[in-house]
Unconditional design. Structure first.
Length: 215
C-alpha cells in the first residue's frame, strides 16, 4: 500500500512519544494552528515545537528521523486502523471520532462528548477491554474503567482535538476513564512520499572471455 506524506507535527509527535509519554501529551496539548504556506513552514513549526521540550542534541535527532521518514509506516498504521474502525459510520470532517469500550461513534460537537459518555454509563466498571496496541498513546491507565480512544489530527486544535483531549484528560485524572490517543490524518491532505537518499546506477558491461581449446 502506498505511503503518503504526513504532517511534520504528527511525525514529531511520534518522536516525542518515543522519548517520553508524558511529554507527548504536553506536546499535543500545545496549539499548532498557525497558517502554513509551504512545506518549509510546516517543517519549522514541528522542529520549533520539539525544541521547547528537548535540548538541541535531541532536536538534531528529530531532524534526522524526519529526513529518514522513520515514523511514516507507524502513522500509516494508525490511519488504517481509523479507516477500519469508522468505515461503516457516516462521519464528517467536523466529527469528533471516539471509540468507547470498542464501540465507535461520530459526535457533532465537543459538548456531545460528555453527554455521550454519560449515556454510555461512564464511569462504570468494565471487566474486559480491547488491549492497546504497541504504539498507542495511553494518557492514564485506570484499571477496570471504560476505555476511550480519541482519533484526531493534532493540528486541528482550534476546532476539536485540543478541546476534546482536555475533557478526556480531566476524566482520566479523576479515575473515570482510561484515555488513549491515536493519530488520524485526512488522506485528501496527503501527497505520495518522495524517495530520498542516494541513487546508485549499476552498469553491467558485456565482456567476451576467450576460451582455450584443450588438446
Amino acid at each position: 500500500k502506498q505511503w503518503y506524506q504526513r504532517r511534520v507535527a504528527i511525525t514529531a509527535g511520534e518522536f516525542v512519544a518515543d522519548e517520553s509519554n508524558a511529554l507527548f501529551f504536553k506536546f499535543i496539548s500545545e496549539p499548532l494552528d498557525s497558517p502554513l504556506s509551504s512545506e518549509q513552514d510546516e517543517y519549522q513549526e514541528g522542529v520549533s515545537a520539539v525544541s521547547k521540550l528537548f535540548p538541541e542534541v535531541t532536536v538534531s535527532l528529530l531532524k534526522l528521523s524526519l529526513s529518514l521518514r522513520q515514523y511514516t509506516s507507524r502513522i500509516s498504521m494508525f490511519n488504517r486502523i481509523a479507516e477500519s474502525v469508522f468505515r461503516d459510520l457516516s462521519c464528517t470532517d467536523r466529527s469528533v471520532l471516539l471509540q468507547v469500550d470498542s464501540v465507535p461513534t461520530c459526535l457533532d460537537s465537543i459538548p456531545d462528548v460528555s453527554t455521550y459518555l454519560t449515556a454510555r454509563g461512564v464511569p462504570r466498571n468494565v471487566p474486559t477491554r480491547v488491549k492497546p496496541i504497541k504504539y498507542d498513546h495511553v494518557y492514564r491507565e485506570n484499571e477496570g474503567r471504560s476505555q476511550v480512544i480519541l482519533y484526531c489530527d493534532i493540528r486541528d486544535h482550534l476546532s476539536r482535538c485540543g478541546a476534546v483531549q482536555e475533557v478526556l484528560m480531566g476524566l482520566a485524572d479523576k479515575g473515570v476513564v482510561t484515555y488513549i490517543f491515536r493519530h488520524m490524518y485526512k488522506p485528501g491532505k496527503a501527497s505520495p512520499v518522495r524517495l530520498s537518499g542516494y541513487g546508485v546506477e549499476l552498469a553491467i558491461k558485456k565482456k567476451k572471455v576467450p576460451t582455450a581449446t584443450l588438446r
